[in-house]
Design a protein around this ligand. Sequence first.
Ligand SMILES: [Zn+2]
Ligand SMILES: [Zn+2]
Ligand SMILES: [Zn+2]
Length: 259
Amino acid sequence: MALEITVLGSGTSMGVPTIGCQCDVCTSPDPRDNRLRPSVLVSYEGRNVLIDTTPDFRAQALRARIGRLDAVLYTHEHADHIMGLDDVRPFNFRQKEAIPLYAAPDVLSVIQRCFRYIFDGEKKESNVPKLVLHALDGGPFDLFGLRFVPIPLLHGSAIIYGFRFGRAAYLTDHSDVPETSFEQLRNLDVLFLDALRYKPHPTHSTVERSVETARQLGARRVFFTHICHDLPHERTERKLPPHIRLAHDGLEIEVEEGA
Ligand SMILES: [Zn+2]
Ligand SMILES: [Zn+2]
Ligand SMILES: [Zn+2]
């Protein structure tokens, strides 16, 4: 089975350009320096599985011309990863069905609190998203014939999930990929890693650290994401090994499901 990964957003929580900022990257004419909040779409066999609903989800779905949505997976509950949930409504209308969400139990409870009107069971005068919640227990799960494996990551002191599917893994928002997760990350053709900037940050990895993680994991192609305005696309890539690139919004990557 062939999978296609579309990068819907490659930026950090505030996005690039950052509101009010006039730095070289925020004012860059290179479209790759425009980064919406972090998310990818995984497409296979006519199905579209979304990882995270960012505050930019509406713009991302229009730009990528997403015609249907079959499931949403959540990495964690931070605002830059959940706040676009209300914008799944057009898919409810078009598909005439509820959309399944998959997340760790603590992430689901934050989503239920933040979007109380969706889940309070009260009769509404207008439409709210129709969703079916599935709590992840940490084990792998199948969606439409493809196996997804939650990968525990350290995001500061929190443990959040990345996901492996086929020969690809999407690991956003981590300060560290714990060695206990390495075994599930062998034999990857495509690996996404958080690389916020050069300067250390308590909850995000740096370019240097993610280059080292990429080396340890030995993935064939690596894409950095969750990038802030410290990293100009072209100049940063020039300093990276050829198999490591910065992701950019709209990037499409084909990968095999593999064994
Ligand atoms: Zn984030
Ligand atoms: Zn800036
Ligand atoms: Zn986060």
